[in-house]
Design a protein around this ligand. Sequence first.
Ligand code: G6P
Ligand code: MG
Length: 221
Amino acid sequence: MIQAFIFDLDGVLVDTAKYHYLAWRRLAQSLGFDFTEEDNERLKGVSRMQSLDILLSIGNIQADEKTRHAYAEQKNQWYVEYISRMGRDEILPEADRFVREARESGLKTAIASASKNTPLILERLGIADLFDAVIDGRITSRAKPDPEVFLLAAQSFGSEPVACVVFEDAAAGIQAARRAGMYCVGIGSPQQLSQADIVIRTFRGLSPRQILLQLEDIRTN
Ligand code: G6P
Ligand code: MG
């Protein structure tokens, strides 16, 4: 029996990737190199400091611990500037309707994100009240593909991992869900997210019940 739906935030409920990109590119340019949208794909679902390390390796730049933290801090200031201007229209199509319907049907709902900016994003989108639990990068100590963030979400409402379904857009997140022993719905392209139990392009026109029925099929076959 599925009891809970656990949602990643960036790329699942809201498209913040473009703002991460603008801020990382601004940092790269300030350090004298360019950073492409293709490079940015490598940062999806990856923690802030790991993202910085990837960026610095692209620019072939070495930096000590203190400088790295200053760079990450600068990138985050720019990123916060961008996302502070976001509005409800940046919720991905029908994602809020999907979460609301899940909740109305009696499922528990949670956010499980690496982002330390989760509260600001939820507040800007006006969707904080759709979730029974919010587990984010301020609480966790290990980044996806470690399952910690999902296990903490399941614990917060006392559910077993097998009773939880994770919604994820990043390969590292899908791996984390599998390691947690949960079902996983990938949001995006089936080629890139082949490790997920089910892959969907968008929440548009989709009901929580359809997901539950598809998982039931997987379980009984
Ligand atoms: C999510 C995003 C990543 C981001 C990470 C940390 O996982 O997909 O691109 O680096 O959160 O976000 P933060 O807002 O704390 O820098
Ligand atoms: Mg994501």
